[in-house]
Design a protein. Structure first.
Length: 98
């Protein structure tokens, strides 16, 4: 699992928005250079593979991005959901295995 996580982390753009925790990908990359964090991540991701998710992975922030045009019209807004980077790493890891 660790190799999968590190591979996905290396391929992830560093300018992606973090979730509610505010921890961006560059910080995760630095954290994953420590063995203790790697061991903890493997445990968390193994738990997630068995359906046990950290509470922070179940929280999202809905942000509305303005499109071109009249901003008073709902059609000119695009919603995006921000989730924490560690949760995104997990979903990207699962996707890479498909």
């Amino acid at each position: 699992i660790l190799d999968d996580i590190l591979s996905v982390l290396k391929a992830t753009p560093t300018n992606s928005s973090p979730g509610m925790d505010g921890l961006p990908y560059p910080l995760w990359a630095r954290l994953f250079s420590h063995l203790t964090v790697q061991n903890l991540a493997v445990q968390v991701y193994n738990d997630a593979m068995h359906g046990v998710f950290p509470p922070s992975w179940l929280e999202t922030i809905l942000v509305l991005l303005s499109k071109a045009g009249d901003t008073t019209s709902l059609r000119n807004w695009r919603p995006i959901s921000l989730i924490s980077c560690d949760a995104k790493l997990f979903t990207k890891m699962l996707t890479s295995r498909l």
